[in-house]
Design a binder for this molecule. Structure first.
Ligand SMILES: NC(=O)c1ccc[n+]([C@@H]2O[C@H](COP(=O)([O-])OP(=O)(O)OC[C@H]3O[C@@H](n4cnc5c(N)ncnc54)[C@H](O)[C@@H]3O)[C@@H](O)[C@H]2O)c1
Length: 438
């Protein structure tokens, strides 16, 4: 523990945000930041923009905004760049995504139209439902990584950028199990040169980012940066990394409700979750192999929060099912239903029904902003490797191999804020509070 906090480099100059995938989430994020910059809309949902942090004792009344407490990049200093397999500029892509209203998009049309996707690293083997032409060609995956690094340096130079972060906002790839090629950086680089099947496109982006000294966060459930080779490389290069899978929609609700049930020792017999959604993400997830990646990410949450090993009478053998159905008429406006069969005092059964009429990208956009600013902060504080304090934003948080991931949203928030206090050398908050009654 460092008594006086960490040394924080000033967030001087522009921060480049690199986005593989300029679809619904990315364009909602970029359009939103531009509207906020113009004072047209508010950044609801963003901790870095609207959140506060309590410091010291409760009677000291020190509760600054997080952005006034710690030096974060200013949103006026953000510059965006990205890759996509479709050549639509960000304005066209945002219109097609159908998240934001046309009249809102018109207010930032100029800013969006200038963002044109670079050619993507893409292989249909890993996303069966997509086909696009704006794609790089090279002999090996290693060459593709070098091409990405060229895009990155050119973007940096052209825009006079000081620092960068990369946030994966591209489609969910098929399920991949860990493989020896992921074990260390030598095997991984050999695999890149030999076009190993076990290295999908997202890993090539992550490698390119880390090699270029750029923090990488993964918004999808793919393994991507969650492999020993890239975790090691990140530590070696002093780069913060994080993932996986933005915590929005139904899983966000789960991690809000499940800790409450457990806190009151209310038992669970079953939790059935189903969704209809009609955006491109829904179409990609209609492929069983991409869905499997998502399913694994969504299912693990309850096991970790409810801890059936410790509470066998309450949580052993609860039935947990997650379904996603592609239903085009809904577009990005997903509907998620949950049915919970629970039991209380003396085992008497009860039910909870949730019908969440949700807007996926509206929930994801502030997460992209916060992750970009916090990953940049981490790098300026010389924090490297897995940033577990950012678990708050992920469905399947990356974690050290010897510990289990923390999924409880409220513990995650406490961890995040305590990390900010730690960085600044403020007392950590334990919530003991006995001193008020001495
Ligand atoms: N919206 C949410 O709430 C949410 C929550 C958790 C995770 N996610 C994940 O975030 C990702 C983005 O979601 P979305 O709704 O924006 O999807 P989307 O389909 O609208 O956008 C993804 C974009 O990525 C592009 N793409 C695919 N493979 C690529 C590659 N290799 N390189 C560059 N571009 C590529 C696609 O062409 C598409 O434009 C998905 O993986 C999704 O599962 C979204």
């Amino acid at each position: 523990m460092i008594e006086k906090g960490l040394k924080i480099e000033e967030p001087e100059g522009k921060l480049g945000i690199l986005l593989p995938g300029l679809g619904a989430v990315s364009t909602t994020f970029i359009a939103g930041v531009n509207m906020v910059k113009k004072g047209l809309k508010k950044p609801f949902g963003s901790l870095t923009q609207m959140g506060t942090i309590r410091l010291g004792k409760r009677n000291e009344n020190r509760v600054p905004k997080i952005k006034d407490f710690i030096k974060l990049a200013n949103i006026n200093d953000l510059v965006f760049g990205g890759w996509d397999i479709f050549s639509d500029n960000c304005y066209q892509s945002a219109l097609k995504s159908g998240v934001l209203k046309k009249e809102d998009l018109e207010t930032v049309k100029e800013e969006l139209e200038v963002i044109k996707p670079w050619k993507a690293v893409f292989d249909k083997t890993y996303v069966k439902k997509l086909d696009g032409t704006n794609v790089k060609k090279a002999k090996t995956k290693f060459d593709l990584a070098l091409m990405l690094m060229d895009d990155i340096s050119k973007f940096k130079e052209d825009n006079n950028i000081k620092r960068m972060v990369m946030i994966w906002c591209a489609s969910t790839e098929i399920f991949m199990a860990p493989h020896p090629v992921h074990n260390d950086i030598e095997s991984f680089e050999k695999g890149l040169k030999e076009n190993a099947y076990e290295i999908p496109s997202s890993m090539i982006y992550a490698y390119a980012a880390i090699k270029s000294g750029i923090p990488f966060a993964n918004g999808a459930p793919n393994l991507t940066v969650d492999i020993p080779a890239l975790i090691e490389l990140a530590k070696e290069k002093g780069v913060p990394i994080g993932g996986k899978d933005f915590k929005t929609g139904q899983t966000l609700m789960k991690t809000i409700i499940a800790p409450g049930l457990k806190a009151r020792l209310i038992g669970l017999n079953g939790w059935f979750s189903t969704n209809i959604l009609g955006n491109r993400d829904g179409e990609v997830l209609d492929d069983p192999e991409s869905f499997k990646t998502k399913e694994e990410s969504k299912l693990s949450v309850l096991e970790y929060i409810l801890q059936p090993d410790m509470y066998p009478e309450l949580y052993n053998n609860f039935y947990h099912k997650v379904r996603i159905n592609y239903y085009p008429p809904r577009g990005d406006n997903k509907e998620g239903w949950d049915n919970l069969d629970i039991f209380g005092w003396l085992g008497y059964p009860m039910q909870i029904k949730i019908d969440f009429l949700c807007r996926d990208s509206i929930l994801a956009a502030p997460i992209v902003l916060d992750l970009a600013l916090f990953m940049d902060l981490a790098q300026r504080c010389k924090m490297k490797g897995i940033q577990e304090w950012l678990s708050f934003y992920f469905k399947s948080p990356m974690h050290a191999p010897e510990i289990y991931p923390e999924h409880d949203l409220f513990i995650q928030l406490m961890k995040l804020k305590n990390t900010l206090r730690y960085i600044k050398g403020e007392d950590l908050i334990t919530h003991l509070g006995l001193e008020y009654y001495d």
